[in-house]
Design a protein around this ligand. Structure first.
Ligand code: SOE
Length: 388
């Protein structure tokens, strides 16, 4: 059992840098772990913004050079919160430098990069983790528990949505999430990644083949940059949008069921509408992230006159993660999903065993295989096997 301190370097200072800074700052207040995080250094491209992040969140030092940061002897874990096209290079270099690595989702730009990251992780024998944070919503972790207990039985349908609307204004600028060279894809890699991972996590099944349709509704936008969260500021010059605005796919599950995933940034009226419904032989589950503390459960094993949707408020001490927080009914939020991730990282480090810390890079590569197969399918307008 290891104990003591884990010195963390955070690479990235925007939306995810903020969520992860909060997680590292809060985790020890709620979870008793033998290993405590030290917020050693935060690294970003903009010196002033990086210093502001350090001042706000308590990082001890700042850097603008990730290559130098990951080589430091006083760094144990590198937390990668950069745009997607930097994930592989930074993670592989950090693993080769003997550091543990926790990387934001999607793991990388494509399966080839994920395979290289997985190979480097296996060679390093270091902890490697992907921040698919919705796995650590207590209600979703409960959904997985109910499936594992056999309460749903054979899964016939998994129906997932991830609906946003933050770029519907044609004047919203061409930020990095809309540039294929930086993001890899639009809502597909950004949002379908989450719901494909969630479907795999809850059901324990893989997506074996897919058929997809992508569409870009606004083809060019003003050049500009993010200003924080999902806000941005643009100028007068315009550039071509090189990713999809919406990505819909259907698929076959390894257990014989069917699945569907819909990710869009043009769902007028929806803000962060991450939802899943699972219909099985013995029951069903429904979850909506915008009401994240609740899981709806339908028990078809009850006498028909008693059947109906049970609305479980996942805030009991024996619900996943919740015992670390508050009494029943005192709900938690988006930021707690990252605190829960940090808690699981520290627990694995405390045991000197991260073999059960999921999703690791190898697990996340299976999600990437589905994403890449869907891209091929959208281009060829045909079914494509995922290899999973
Ligand atoms: C933007 O779509 C975004 O920040 C995603 O990148 C996150 O993964 C999601 O949790 C919230 O929305």
């Amino acid at each position: 059992m290891a104990s003591g301190e884990i010195r963390v370097a955070l690479i990235g200072t925007k939306f995810m840098g903020k969520a992860h800074s909060n997680a590292w700052a809060q985790v020890a207040h709620f979870f008793n772990r033998p290993v405590k995080p030290v917020m050693q250094v935060v690294c970003g491209r903009d010196p002033a913004g990086t210093q502001a992040m350090a001042d706000t969140w308590g990082w001890q030092e700042t850097s603008t050079d990730w290559r130098e940061t990951i080589q430091r002897d006083d760094i144990d874990l590198v937390d990668v919160c950069t745009p997607n096209n930097n994930h592989a290079e930074i993670s592989i270099a950090a693993l080769k430098a003997g550091k543990h690595v926790a990387c934001e989702k999607p793991l990388a730009m494509n399966t080839q990069e994920c395979d290289a990251m997985t190979k480097a992780a296996k060679a390093s024998k270091k902890l490697n983790f992907t921040w698919y944070n919705y796995r650590r919503v207590p209600a979703l972790a409960l959904a997985r528990q109910l499936v594992k207990e056999g309460r749903i039985g054979r899964v016939y349908h998994v129906r997932c949505i991830y609906l946003q609307s933050w770029i519907m204004d044609p004047k919203f600028p061409l930020v990095w999430r809309l540039q294929g060279a930086v993001a890899g894809s639009g809502p597909h890699g950004d949002l379908n990644a989450h719901i494909i991972d969630a479907a795999r996590f809850i059901t324990g099944e893989e997506v074996s083949e897919v058929s997809a349709a992508f569409e870009t509704f606004i083809k060019e936008r003003p050049l500009g940059a993010m200003t924080g969260g999902l806000s941005a500021k643009g100028g007068s010059k315009k550039g071509k949008v090189t990713v999809e605005d919406a990505a819909l796919l259907i698929g076959r599950l390894s257990g014989g069921g069917l699945c569907s995933f819909e990710a869009t940034r043009f769902a007028q009226g929806r803000k962060n509408g991450n939802g899943i419904e699972i219909n099985g032989e013995k029951g069903a589950l429904r979850f909506e992230f915008e009401d994240m503390n609740r899981l709806k459960y339908y028990d078809a094993s009850r006498p028909s006159y008693l059947q109906g949707w049970t609305d479980i408020l996942a805030t009991e001490a024996n619900h996943p993660y919740f015992g670390a927080y508050w009494p029943a009914g005192h709900i938690i939020g988006y930021e707690h999903t990252f605190i829960n991730g940090a808690a699981d990282i520290l627990e694995a480090l405390g045991k000197d065993d991260w073999s059960n810390l999921k999703p690791d890079f190898a697990d996340s590569t299976k999600t990437q295989r589905v994403l890449d197969a869907a891209v091929k399918s959208a281009k060829s307008r045909s079914w494509v096997k995922t290899g999973c």
